[in-house]
Write a protein that binds this ligand. Structure first.
Ligand SMILES: Nc1nc2c(c(=O)[nH]1)N[C@@H](CN(C=O)c1ccc(C(=O)N[C@@H](CCC(=O)O)C(=O)O)cc1)CN2
Length: 287
């Protein structure tokens, strides 16, 4: 068994981004800017937003945190998005998910300008992903593929099983694995006999968010296990996979914490850099 160390890779990516930003700022350019919109006071979302802010600061990016009340109306939220769309110092906009009940995330994401949609959740970027056209790719799935490639893990021709069909991880990681020529199966809450599928996985990606839902007897010997689900139970963080008991069986495995999570934030910074370069050097701005 060997560990897919997302923490170390993310640190390396962030260091490269920091150097790149310094070079641009030394040339007299403005720094890249990321706006993070948080609606309500969900503690997990507050943590992720503060991690994103800290990461921006560490690499020299301008970050704008927009905190909005739980009971905000859709039209008020959209007014904020439209202001950020027009802000010349902002290259990337993201709305932290999940949104409070009553707000439709699809309507909100649809209103983020395509060239600032660094989460890749707008219909245009999400559609491009499935068409295999270049656009912003959702951060967690992009980070998973980067991690697998960094460790030289072959994806082509492999049986990849994704557990979970969320828009944030499940669906987009399935599309990216397919693009890498894996044979992809998506399992979800209505899948019967989940173990029959997981046992066949050369690469297993779990993105459910239920502590230790994947046990060691559900993976095959030598499987590559990617754990993209995290849950806090009484203040302790758990992954979807029973890491300790899988160590002897998996060929590669991501830890929680320190696996997929840090890659999500590194990819967010990378997507923001991509948006920045288009805005500053190519003058590309969508309507
Ligand atoms: N608009 C978005 N909302 C959400 C996304 C997203 O990509 N865009 N993903 C998740 C949350 N998320 C980022 O937003 C995220 C989750 C976890 C981590 C992370 O680094 N986790 C650490 C552990 C942190 C802890 O102590 O809890 C780790 O795994 O090492 C980063 C980002 C849902 N919403």
């Amino acid at each position: 068994m060997a560990v897919l160390d997302g923490q170390t890779l993310a640190k390396k990516i962030r260091a490269n981004i920091k150097d790149e930003i310094k070079k641009f700022v030394d040339m007299g350019k403005r720094p890249p800017g990321l706006a993070v919109v948080l609606v309500g006071e969900d503690p997990a979302s507050q943590l992720y937003v503060s991690m994103k802010e800290k990461a921006c600061k560490q690499v020299g990016m301008y970050s704008k945190k927009v905190l909005l009340p739980q009971d905000i109306s859709e039209s008020e939220l959209l007014d904020n998005i439209h202001d950020l769309n027009e802000d010349p110092n902002i290259d990337g906009i993201l709305v932290q998910l999940p949104l409070p009940r009553g707000l439709n995330e699809h309507v909100i994401n649809e209103n983020i300008k395509t060239d600032k949609d660094v989460d890749g959740f707008s219909p245009v970027n999400f559609g491009k992903l499935h068409l295999g056209i270049s656009g912003f790719e959702p951060c967690t799935p992009k980070g998973i593929i980067r991690l697998l490639k960094e460790y030289g893990i072959k994806i082509e021709g492999k049986n990849a099983v994704v557990v979970g069909r969320s828009n944030i991880v499940g669906k987009p990681i399935a599309a990216l694995l397919l693009r890498e020529n894996a044979t992809v199966t998506i399992c979800h809450s209505k899948t019967e006999n989940l173990k029959d599928y997981t046992l066949r996985a050369d690469i297993l990606v779990s993105a459910v968010g239920k502590a230790h839902i994947i046990k060691s007897d559900m993976i095959k010997e030598g499987a590559v296990v990617v754990d993209a689900g995290t849950t806090k139970v009484e203040g302790k963080l758990y992954g979807d996979c029973d890491y300790e008991n899988m160590l002897a069986k998996a060929s590669w495995i991501t830890p929680v914490p320190g696996g997929v999570g840090p890659m999500t934030i590194a990819m967010l910074l990378e997507n923001t850099m991509e948006a920045y370069k288009k805005h500053v050097f190519e003058n590309i701005n969508s309507k």
